[in-house]
Write a protein that binds this ligand. Structure first.
Ligand code: SAH
Length: 336
């Protein structure tokens, strides 16, 4: 079975049946070991704000959700998270948040350059949504190394059902290509099991990623949030998400693929299963504990009570028990 020569129809079939899971996962683990050994890279996630001007129908911090207690981290808060993270061995900091105009380009740039100045051996990853080329260019000039922007779904009609009018798949895709042009290591990805998603949609996601050739690919199960229009939809399954991780590893041998918090949320050993299916990155939370619960994209998010050090230790134990090894390197993508 070779994923890389399959037709769209064959792929859709593999995506929707659990018949080949054992074989797929074993193949994916082999490919991962050939390229990255047993190394697992750490990314320290700092959730800088839960204020968002967008209204994505699946997301718990969407603008229309009036039940969210909104917060913004100050520059000092963010620098404290980095200091804490650096001492714990993190060499990548990921600044993620809602699309919040409060963080003007000037503010973002000054935070990025302060982090790079203090920690020149660290990579800075941004995940702040869709911006204009000029903004991305300014962040890059300030020292940002990587950018995460999931495309969410590569199918126009499906995209339109998950997002309010005014948001467009085309704009999101344009952003991704601009980020690449600007020399970022780029990450994209999608949710598994979002409302109305079909196996054919997932094939389109894979085909889109083949044209983008991203350095990082993040996927996780869709998990309903009680205060969104999608509250009554079923979530994505563990099996299908893990299967998709394996398929991604086989299609993108060199990619950095996180085993996500969402996967750990739907099953106590979800992240371990992701690692065994080819994922080679984990993103422990470095946000201050007082805001952890407030960055709630979906219900029952895990790891909202622990200090960063506890999170890191817990993940290190999980990784070791799964048969892999935490490394404290920056963990840049290995070039093809
Ligand atoms: N504002 C940034 C960061 C978004 S949050 C941006 O636009 O990129 C990071 C990711 O969380 C999103 O890309 C989405 O794929 C995921 N997410 C949001 N709501 C979710 C939900 N209900 N279930 C699972 N994942 C969700």
């Amino acid at each position: 079975m070779d994923i890389n020569i399959m037709t769209d129809r064959e792929l859709a079939e593999i995506i929707s049946t659990d018949k080949y899971d054992g074989e797929l996962i074993a193949q994916a683990d082999r490919v991962r070991r050939e390229n990255y050994g047993t190394d697992v890279y750490l990314r320290g996630l700092i959730e800088i704000c839960n204020v968002c001007k967008n209204d994505c129908l699946y997301c718990g911090i969407r603008r229309s959700n009036g039940h969210v207690d909104r917060y913004r981290l100050s520059r000092e808060d963010i620098m404290n998270c980095c200091e804490n993270g650096y001492a714990l061995g993190f060499r990548t900091f990921v600044l993620q948040g809602g699309e919040d105009p409060y963080y003007s380009d000037g503010v973002i740039c000054s935070i990025v350059s302060e982090i790079k100045e203090k920690y020149p051996d660290c990579a800075v990853t941004l995940s702040l949504g869709e911006k204009e080329r000029e903004s991305y260019a300014a962040y890059r000039a300030a020292g940002a190394d990587r950018y995460l922007l999931r495309h969410e779904t590569a199918n126009e009609e499906h995209y339109a059902r998950l997002h309010p009018e005014g948001m467009s798949l085309k704009h999101r895709k344009d952003c991704l290509f601009i980020l690449k042009e600007l020399g970022y290591q780029v990450g994209s990805g999608f949710m598994v099991g979002s409302p109305w998603q079909t196996a054919e949609n997932l094939v389109e996601d894979l085909r889109f990623l083949q044209t983008l050739e991203p350095d990082m690919i993040g996927i996780g199960p869709f998990i309903p949030h009680r205060d969104t229009p999608f509250r009554d939809f079923p979530g994505g399954t563990l099996e299908q998400t893990v299967r998709m991780v394996a398929i991604l590893r086989l299609m993108f041998p060199y990619a950095l693929i996180p085993s996500t918090t969402a996967l750990g949320t739907i099953h106590p050993l979800g992240r371990e299963m992701g690692l065994k299916a080819g994922a080679n990155v984990v993103m422990p939370n470095l946000s201050p504990v007082r805001v952890r619960k407030l960055y709630e994209l979906y219900d029952n998010k895990i790891c909202t009570g622990e200090e960063a050090a506890e999170c890191r230790n817990c993940l290190e134990n999980r990784i070791t028990n799964a048969g892999y090894k935490v490394v404290s390197a920056r963990g840049d993508v290995k070039k093809r």
